[in-house]
Write a protein that binds this ligand. Sequence first.
Ligand code: MEV
Length: 320
Amino acid sequence: MPLARAPLVVKLFGEHAVVYGYHALAAALNLKVEVKVEPSSSREYVIESALGVERLRDIRADSPRHRYIVQSLRVVSSDILGRDIEPVKITVNSPVPPSCGLATSAAVTAATLAALLKYLNIKVDRAYLAELSHKVEVLVQGRASPMDTYTSVMGGLVLIYPRGGEISRLSLTPRVDLSLVLVQRVKTTKDLVAHVYAMYTRYREIVEKIFELIDEICLKSLNALTKLNIDELGMLMYVNHNLLSALGVSNHYVDSLISYFRQSGVLGAKMSGAGDGGTIVILGKISEDLERKAREILRDRYLAYISSVCIDYSGIEIAR
Ligand code: MEV
């Protein structure tokens, strides 16, 4: 049965500032979402994931739980086949829960499209797959930057500069060991993006200076990654985190933990993604003691600690 595996994506630098046209750097991770497509044994489209099992008679029906998957079925039908795809069963396996700041929706979308195209025996190149995946995200969300879908399809390190209309996979392939602490979110990405917009309209000169600093940090990180200057990379992560905190998108749990990590000699750490929890990305591993401390500080917001994560350079993988 056709199976596609798409990497989850972490924002290393530049989230929020990227919405205003500044640089951001994303990395694909060796944590992959797996999507399998097979014929449906009934006349219904069946979708099975950690969110439950859903059965639809029509791909135009509403699917509150699996909107990205149903939209992928619609896009393959309209843009590729010119007719509705026959009923299929789609099974999703993800190593992390949804909405934890690791672009699960982008990875699920890219893997669903790739597995569906393989099922239909249709070959497309990665650039087109990234374009189709971005189209699905825009149709579901209304607005979306191509950063997450592009990085999930291509793999590696991706630099985006919306102001110059640029998105590129870097030729750099540093081996960087990361770990992640997943933190329960309360606010949504939409709330947090709206909060930054409110700050921007009220304190434009200040917020623009913060964005400019984030932009400078993002560009400096390329130099640190090229030279594998881990100390500098870590320092840049801490400073980027504190600038995000200044924008008001972190919370006291995450800020306390990151400042504890810094004082304990952890090389680098920052929130990643929209904020209010989600993912904390850490340079290197943390000790068992620090992990215990993380649970203590985050209390019921603590979800998981994942160590030995590295940057994935293979991008989406498709198998039959
Ligand atoms: C969310 O993962 C990253 C943000 O920069 C929003 C976006 O880029 O669309 C906060």
